[in-house]
Design a protein around this ligand. Structure first.
Ligand SMILES: [Fe+2]
Length: 196
């Protein structure tokens, strides 16, 4: 019998159970710029499919059917009880600064802004308490987790210089490009799975 190899799977989309489907749809469309690609009902639930990329029919799918009495996370109130974060990548620190301005102008949520060394992030809740992260990667690697609050309203050059200084002081610092080079074989090896 020939060997059975794990096919190349790709992380694609996320489904979220919701209480208030119109409110959640409005958030993902109006605040995060998703487009509704399909909607309908099946198996007794209402679904809204949405995407920001024509290559993915849906990147987020909202479905009714969230239990009304779902407990909040009392151990770590920062996050939901199961989903820790739903994270969106930007391409530059300038875009992250603009995103913060956009959020302040459009969405009344408390923003938690932090520097991971490897990335700068803004965290806030969607209307049903799922934690959203919008982030941009830096050019540096430091072993995670790291979280340092920082003032995103400072000039970009100052944030960059401060972050590089912070990163270079960490044990285990390296350039992000070097980290990617080092982690690549490990990831490639983990993907190679053959059924026993
Ligand atoms: Fe994250």
């Amino acid at each position: 019998m020939s060997e059975i190899r794990l096919p190349p799977i790709r992380l694609s989309h996320l489904g979220i159970c919701v209480l208030d489907l119109p409110a959640m749809e409005a958030f993902y469309v109006n605040v995060l710029g998703f487009s509704v690609t399909d909607r309908g009902s099946t198996l007794g639930f209402d679904l809204v499919f949405m995407s920001r990329d024509p290559n993915d029919h849906h990147q987020i799918v909202l479905s009714t059917g969230r239990p009304r009495d779902l407990p909040i996370n009392t151990v770590n109130p920062m996050f939901g009880p199961v989903i820790n974060q739903i994270s969106f990548a930007l391409e530059s620190l300038g875009q992250l600064k603009t995103m913060v301005q956009y959020l302040r102008a459009t969405y009344p949520a408390e923003l938690l802004i932090g520097n991971h060394g490897t990335a700068w992030s803004v965290y806030f809740d969607d209307p049903e308490g799922n934690k959203i992260e919008v982030f941009v990667d830096s050019d540096w690697y430091v072993p995670q987790p790291v979280f340092e609050p920082f003032d995103i309203d400072r000039p970009e050059a100052e944030i960059l210089a401060d972050t590089e200084r912070m990163c270079r002081a960490f044990p285990g610092f390296m350039l992000a490009s070097e980290w990617r080079r080092q982690v690549s074989p490990r990831i490639a090896e983990a993907r190679e799975r053959i059924a026993p």
